[in-house]
Design a binder for this molecule. Sequence first.
Ligand code: 9MR
Length: 559
Amino acid sequence: IRLNQIGFYPNAGKVAVVVGQPTGDTFSVKAKGSSKVAFTGKLSAPKPTELSGKPTRAADFSTFTTPGTYVLQVAGVGQSYEFEIKPQVHAALAAAALKGFYYQRASVDLPEAFAGKWHRPAGHPDRQVLVHPSAATAQRPAGTVISSPGGWYDAGDYNKYIVNSGITMGTLLSAYEDFPEFYQRQTLNIPESKNTVPDILDESLWNLRWMLTMQDPHDGGVYHKLTNADFDAMVMPHQASSTPRYVVQKGTAAALDFAAVMAQASRVYKNYEKDFPGLADSCLTAATNAWAWAQKNHHLEYNQDALNKAFDPDITTGAYGDKTFTDEWIWAAAELYTTTKQESYYKAVKMLPDAAMPLPGWPQVRLLGYYTLLRHSATLPPVFKKEADLIKTQLLQVGTTMVVGAAGGAFQTVMGRTQGDYVWGSSSVAANQGILLVQAYQLTRDKKYLKAALSNLDYLLGRNAVGYSFVTGYGAKSTRHPHHRPSVADGLEEPVPGLLSGGTNAQAPKQDKCEGYTATAPDEMYLDHDCSYASNEIAINWNAPLVYLAGALEALQQK
Ligand code: 9MR
């Protein structure tokens, strides 16, 4: 019985999907430990799943609204995991997903007071980082030592990548911009929790300060990543011996993602000028310098294969090599325009090159720019209003298609009805679809979008073809063995909590070649094993949209 293993808001949709052969046509809901039936409903007619063709039947108990802890029973199939019905049912998850970033902090120890049993010593000080030959300039020749501490580890590995930090930061700062009151209330128990700044901004600042060190002050360009030559062994951060650490070649994607983040950060942290004097100005200067560098280096790709042919040592860690930059230009221009109100930024770029609304991912950030423009559309000059209206119309079209699709699917989620959804990091596809729907709701206040967004949180928390909750520590059957070095090496049974597994990936068996995949259907290619870096790694750009989606649904649940 596949369902959101955490639970449901009293007044929201509640669906479980039965995979198996019920002996009857009904289901019942009972309070935990009670034999009394609290709700009875009729199972839907059998429906084959889109990708595996397995028969499913849906149990819809949306009209049952009484708070409590329950199980759902289906004769011939059995009993579900326990779940709750209550207001704020996802508040703990929303906070845990953000706290996940704290556990990814580089260069600092995580004391027990904040990290609980996952406390650990600092790793990767990154105060003596070498300029790799691929990044050499007259002012900073190869071997120059720079200091670049802090930031978040990208994923299950211990490297720090600007492109992936870009979308991550954009998503977190947008969560704050969209729901400031919610984030003013949320507390995470991180070292900065006692200050008056929302924890989401304190946590984001940990990475923002690192990003600032990745800009070459001599020319405004931004190094693509800070990395070992090769991935570290599966050890704790402080035991990682892979040195030296390098900053590598600058590139257009890194510069523009950096410019976008800094421009947005400048706007957001301006409200906390007293807490961080000068920060907002520094961010804006960093943004404009990176933008100016990108204008001179309009199309400089980070191509790791080419780099390794030309320079030593070879770099074999994550590439995040993007080839097309139209979307990065749009995002950077949108953020710089919104912060400065200088029309030259808006005019520098074709903001709506075509009608496509491509879902965000690390190589595709166009919608981050659109979300920002729509969020601040009241400040757009009339001449750009028409374009903003077009963006809005097209975004709502995509949202409406998602709503219709979810309603018609076997699992009644937006996510996962086509094989194309099951890419490396598919959990972030689900979360980003959810964000698009939240944006559609914000623009229209039409609840159908919110309902569909929630269906994808249900997907992530268990209503999916493999029956896992993909968030560590959340859900009775949740990811326990992520490809995450601290979770593997810390000797603790339970993984570091609040981390989103990349999840089902149709290509995973070919990509990580782990043993143990038994499924054949694309929506079932998931292996809860630390060997499976293609279906069970965690990553900051996947956690960030989970933070956004869970936080947004919490903030909007009363609506
Ligand atoms: O998220 C990335 C995915 O889109 C790519 O297909 C994959 C292979 O290049 O890499 C993923 O990113 C990984 C990065 O390269 C290194 N750190 C871990 C990331 C998550 O697996």
